[in-house]
Write a protein that binds this ligand. Structure first.
Ligand SMILES: [Zn+2]
Length: 236
């Protein structure tokens, strides 16, 4: 699997591509500006244009050759296509995903290295993050809202770099999820997302360029999910 186009070109939301393979209602291209979803982040929305018209992209599936794009109906599309990601939806995902890193960093540092057990970004400007936090004080978790907004105001730069997987595994604290880890490329590298001066963690999603690009955030709910887990729900 080649490197994800969105990692190297996070700001390119429109791309002309050659169809590598086709079947009714779906095409495969090697490089696509669409993020296919993963790690709790929703897949991009957008459209596909070709000589026969324009259709919404309703599904994205990666294989070893590239990314399959599904469209409604059974059109057989070939030749050149124009792929266009919906900018507002991508921007919302970048914002929520970056905020999820901030909450993760605060919980990790202030609650004894607690790990993530689940995450889900939503299309309505909210997200939830679950942590392995047996016995945690919910009011203390709710109080993270102030430092969260403080980090937004500090406008810390957000960047990504690649690291050898074995080296990343040996470094403490880069893998924060109890359940899932981001994919390792065929080159043996894993992507690390850094919020300067605050946090580093392995991640394959899309993010803001700096924390100050986020709107202020509110912690709207803390739920106990079983004995072990706390669910933090956040809205912008
Ligand atoms: Zn991320």
């Amino acid at each position: 699997m080649s490197r994800a186009f969105t990692h190297d070109h996070p700001d390119i939301l429109q791309l002309e591509a050659e169809v590598l393979d086709t079947r009714p209602g779906a095409i495969l291209v090697e490089h696509s500006p669409f993020f296919p979803g993963g790690g709790g982040q929703l897949a991009d929305r957008g459209i596909l244009r070709w000589s026969g018209g324009e259709l919404p992209v309703t599904g994205l599936t990666r294989d070893e050759r590239g990314l399959w794009h599904t469209v409604p109906g059974d059109s057989l599309i070939s030749g050149k296509v124009m792929l266009e990601v919906e900018p507002a939806f991508r921007a919302s995902m970048c914002e929520l995903h970056t905020l999820a890193h901030l909450v993760n960093a605060l919980v990790y540092t202030q609650f004894g290295g607690a790990l993530l057990t689940g995450a889900q970004l939503n299309a309505d400007g909210t997200f939830r993050v679950d942590f392995d936090l047996p016995g945690a004080d919910n009011e203390a978790l709710r109080a993270l809202e102030a430092p969260l907004n403080d980090i937004i105001r500090q406008d810390l730069p957000v960047s990504a770099f690649l690291m050898e997987h074995t080296e990343a595994r040996a470094a403490p604290g880069l893998f924060r999820s109890k359940a899932v880890a981001p994919p390792v490329g065929e080159d043996g590298l894993v992507r690390i997302v850094e919020i300067l001066g605050l946090d580093r963690q392995a991640c394959g999603g899309t993010h803001l360029r700096s924390t100050g690009q986020s709107r202020p955030a509110r912690i709207i709910k803390i739920d106990n999910k079983g004995r072990q887990n706390r669910r933090i729900k956040v809205a912008v």
